[in-house]
Every structure is written in structure tokens, then in C-alpha cells.
Design a protein around this ligand. Structure first.
Ligand code: SAH
Length: 197
């Protein structure tokens, strides 16, 4: 059984990882590696994240079934599907058009009805649908774009790898309390760069 050896505190995260067929989100030539705990290339210089990191970031968002989630960096759509298993609705933004297209196809084929995708620069978030109970950034920026901070609900959680693109980053969780943000360090990670287009 894929990913059974991965450990999470929240059993729902593990359940979602076992539920979503990761092989459907990777290019055919990598399908035999889809259930290894490793990142894989998805074309256009981008990668589908390591399943453990997908699970960890999901867990840090502490999602409720009624939550509205914003994801920046749809990529393959795999993390999007995991979020859609645990929240009410997922809004996901990606800059690279062909990635949005293939994510849209596979997510529709798998029957997800609670996902909305948009091709845009994620820096600006998705104002019309804000506030969000949770926001996840799956690319490495130096700091959290300020529109995303304002689109987070009071009590909301934001998870993002921050640091130098091309190097290692720290995985932060921010929790919003009125206008202040409490942040927690969740260790070193390595993500593709957040790119303004
Ligand atoms: N969650 C994805 C990870 C994809 S890698 C998955 O599971 O497959 C990160 C993605 O962020 C890339 O596809 C990249 O194109 C996208 N990205 C980078 N900068 C962005 C920006 N400013 N706005 C939206 N998406 C961006």
C-alpha cells in the first residue's frame, strides 16, 4: 500500500494521501515512481512535491470540512486534490497555462467538484473569494505576499516555504489573530521558486 510508512498526527491526512492516486498526476515516464516518497518532474521546470511534505503542509493547515482554502502553485494538482479531500472548497492559482490545463483534466476525471483553478500570478491571491480559512504557498518566496496576508481570515492559517529561491527555505506556519501573525518554524525544505509573471 503506498505511503503507509509515512507518519502524521492527523489520521485524516494519511487517509487523504491513501485516497488520491498520485500516479495520475505525474508524467507517464515517472508513473512507476509515483508512490515513492520523492518529488518528481512535471515539466516546465516544475516538480510535484514529495508526498511527506504535501502531507506535512496539509496537516499544518489544520483543515475543517467547512474550510475555504487558497493554494498558490497548482502544479500537477496533486496537493490541490489532497486539500479538496479535507476542506469544503479549494481555490488554486498557477502561472503556467499547460499545467493548469492538465491539472484541470485529471481533477475532473477523478470527479472533484469542489476545486476552482485560475491562471494568474498568485501574488495577488483571489480577492473575490476571500477571506480564506487556510492559505498554502507551494513555491519558495522571500516573504509572504501582502495581499495573501490580508485575504486570510481571522484565526486562519498560512503555510509557506520562505527563504532564498534556489537554496533551502524554512517551512513556516502563520496563524492570524486580528492583525498580528504568530509564526512557527517547521524545519528546512526545498521548493521551486515563486515567480512573478
Ligand atoms: N503543489 C504542486 C507543486 C508544484 S511546484 C504539486 O503538488 O504538484 C510549484 C508551482 O508553483 C509551480 O507549478 C509554479 O509554476 C507555481 N508558481 C510559481 N510562482 C507562482 C506564482 N507567482 N503564482 C502562481 N503559481 C506560481
Amino acid at each position: 500500500m503506498p505511503f503507509l510508512d509515512l507518519k502524521f498526527n492527523d489520521p485524516r491526512v494519511k487517509k487523504a494521501l491513501l485516497q488520491v492516486p498520485r500516479d495520475q498526476f505525474v508524467p507517464v515516464e515517472y508513473q512507476t515512481l509515483a508512490y515513492e516518497n520523492i518529488p518528481l518532474p512535471i515539466g516546465y521546470g516544475q516538480t510535484i512535491s514529495q508526498p511527506y511534505i504535501v502531507g506535512l503542509m496539509t496537516e499544518l493547515l489544520t483543515l475543517k470540512p467547512t474550510d475555504k482554502v487558497l493554494e498558490i502553485g497548482t502544479g500537477s494538482g496533486y496537493q490541490t486534490a489532497i486539500l479538496a479531500e479535507l476542506a469544503a472548497h479549494v481555490y488554486s492559482i498557477e502561472t503556467i497555462e499547460p499545467l493548469i490545463k492538465s491539472a484541470q483534466e485529471v481533477l475532473a476525471r477523478l470527479g472533484y467538484k469542489n476545486i476552482s483553478l485560475r491562471q494568474a500570478d498568485g501574488y495577488y491571491g483571489w480577492e473575490e473569494e476571500s477571506p480564506f480559512d487556510a492559505i498554502i504557498i507551494t513555491a519558495a518566496a522571500e516573504e509572504v505576499p501582502s495581499p495573501l496576508k490580508s485575504q486570510l481570515a481571522d484565526g486562519g492559517r498560512l503555510v509557506a516555504p520562505l527563504g532564498s529561491p534556489g537554496g533551502t527555505q524554512i517551512l513556516w506556519r502563520f496563524t492570524k489573530h486580528k492583525d498580528t501573525f504568530i509564526r512557527e518554524n517547521n524545519g528546512f525544505v526545498r521548493f521551486v521558486p515563486f515567480t512573478r509573471r
